[in-house]
Design a protein around this ligand. Structure first.
Ligand code: ADP
Length: 528
């Protein structure tokens, strides 16, 4: 398990065995030069020395490029130790076991003994040395008379005693690692440690969040296990060195999205700069939140719909009542045979009343149809390049001829072109101008059209009742009104339709207003 390589036997890790390989080879070189210097005529063939050096260096290099050698660095070290010893005995044999070489042999065996980190390795080495020594004594019988054997056995025993102390230390470390690991694994929160975005450790709770095992998770890139839509967010956060807390979505092994809350901070892990991240699943909480929001939205929709039905019925009834009254009167007059009293002028007035009321009815029904069209996403635009100021002038002249004549409307219109749907944009302008007169308390109005860096801008300003700040965003929603229906009639649909039309043109609509002082509506439409 990769995770446990962080715990058990850190001392026996690749780095320490690499270090031992370097020590062994340095020791070997030192001995090589010492022999050249102090025992110039000794048996010491260059070929065998070179072979041993080559094996050590190749072994060391292999721990960097071969995954297998990396994992088995300690066997490389053991092999090297045995090889150096074997070579030493070969030279020893060639030099007929002279006293200098007995000393060299002790030093070699002692140095190698001290480097072993496990009892099994030391035992195997001791047996190897013992067998080599027996072979040597058999082939060089005069050695049996020397201190060769007792000295060798003393050195091996000393090495063993030192090993005991070292093993105790390793055991203590392993115990504390096991304790750490069980704590690491028993938290409710998932814990991930990553280095530059690559997971180097993860606890069981963390792996469970990904519905995977620890082995499957270690080595993975963080961004590969984040939901594609959130990768940019997470990548940006990973650039920040500070402590962070945010919500995001990860992908379980089977691709299921899992919503999580995470906290991250930097630390030094295994002596390298890394980030520790704690994860907590919040899918259930998020689902509950979404359900609550949906329920609230539904309740709000029902409230708005009821309010709308009551406002709409009121609005429809007003023109209908006027129509009905007039028709009833004419009906009564026709029953009394008094239709003759309808002079042409009076008849024209009645017809104008009929037309006004039917126009109002048509307008109301049109608004409702428009709302149903835009909320079903069926707002189709028939675009063409048009001059916004020309369109505004046309609407203002139709709707407000009196205000223009009386100087109550100031227009500042610069020609600005936009690619839009003439009929729809006309509807927006009509709506804003109608509202400005409806809520403007008959005070002067100002309309301007100009170009800013990217947009064609239309502003319609009045000095009327204004809008309280809590309503300035809401009035662009369906059925939302900032006034009581008792005061000023309306369906609360006009600005909603305006917003939909403007947004369909990739533009924006907003208002700045002071309650009691007036409002300025601003429409921005892209110029290109
Ligand atoms: P309606 O005018 O039919 O109510 P709108 O959607 O056009 O619907 O407007 C929504 C609300 O915004 C209005 O009810 C009104 O409260 C507020 N409003 C719109 N224009 C103005 C304005 N020029 N001045 C003050 N309030 C306004």
């Amino acid at each position: 398990m990769e995770g446990s390589s962080l715990q058990a036997g850190k001392l026996q890790g690749v780095a320490s065995h690499r270090r031992l390989l370097v020590i062994a080879s340095s020791f070997y070189f030192a001995w090589w030069f010492a022999v050249e210097l102090f025992l110039p005529g000794a048996f010491n063939p260059v070929g065998s020395r070179m072979a041993v050096v080559a094996v050590i260096l190749v072994g060391l290099a292999a721990t960097y490029w071969s995954e297998w050698c990396h994992r088995n660095a300690r066997f490389l070290f053991y092999g090297t130790a045995w090889l150096i010893t074997l070579h030493y005995y070969y030279l020893f044999y060639g030099n007929h076991g002279t006293t200098n070489w007995i000393l060299g042999c002790y030093i070699t065996v002692m140095a190698i003994n001290l480097c072993f980190l496990s009892r099994a390795a030391l035992m195997a080495y001791s047996i190897f040395v013992f067998l080599l020594s027996v072979l040597l004594v058999l082939s060089l019988p005069e050695l049996a008379q020397s201190v060769f054997f007792p000295g060798l056995i003393t050195i091996v025993l000393q090495g063993n005693m030192r090993l005991n102390a070292r093993l105790h230390l390793i055991q203590t470390l392993e115990d504390s690692n096991v304790r750490f690991q069980s704590l690491f694994d028993s938290t409710f929160e998932g814990i991930v440690v990553h280095e530059g975005g690559k997971i180097i450790d993860i606890n069981e709770a963390g792996a469970r969040l990904f519905r995977a095992t620890r082995d499957e998770m270690v080595g993975k890139e963080i961004l590969d296990i984040v939901h594609p839509e959130r990768r940019e967010q997470v990548a940006a956060k990973m650039q920040l060195a500070d402590t962070l807390a945010y919500e995001t979505i990860i992908l379980a092994k089977d691709g299921t999205p899992v919503e999580i809350e995470l906290r991250a901070k930097s630390l030094r892990y295994d002596n390298r700069p890394a980030r520790i991240v704690t994860l907590q699943e919040i899918s259930d909480r998020k689902r509950a939140e979404r359900e609550t929001i949906a329920a609230l939205a539904m309740a709000e929709n029902v409230r708005l719909r009821d309010e709308f039905i009551s406002i709409a019925s009121h609005e429809l009834r007003t023109p209908l009542t006027a129509l009905k009254l007039q028709i009833q009167m004419m009906d009564r007059d026709s029953g009394n045979n008094s239709l003759s009293q309808y002079t042409p002028d009076r008849l024209r007035a009645v017809i104008r009343l009929f037309l006004r009321q039917t126009d109002r009815l048509t307008e109301l029904v049109e608004s409702m149809l428009d709302v149903s069209r835009v909320s079903k996403g069926r707002l189709e635009l028939d675009r063409q390049m048009l001059d916004l100021s020309g369109l505004v002038r046309e609407v203002a002249e139709t709707l407000l001829p009196d205000a223009i004549r009386d100087g109550k409307l100031t227009m500042r219109l610069e020609p600005v072109f936009t690619n839009g749907d003439r009929t729809r944009l006309k509807q927006v302008v009509e709506n804003l101008i109608t509202n400005a007169t409806k809520y403007g308390e008959s005070k002067p109005l100002e309309i301007s059209v100009f170009a800013d860096a990217n947009d064609a801008v239309l502003t319609v300003a009045d000095h009327g009742i204004g809008i309280a700040s809590e309503f300035t965003r809401r009035i662009f929603n369906r059925f939302e009104r900032a006034v009581s229906p008792k005061n000023i009639a309306g369906l609360g649909l006009g600005l909603y339709i305006c917003r939909q039309i403007v947004e369909a043109h990739s533009g924006a609509i907003s208002v700045e207003s002071d309650l009691g002082k007036g409002s300025t509506f601003r429409v921005q439409l892209p110029r290109k």
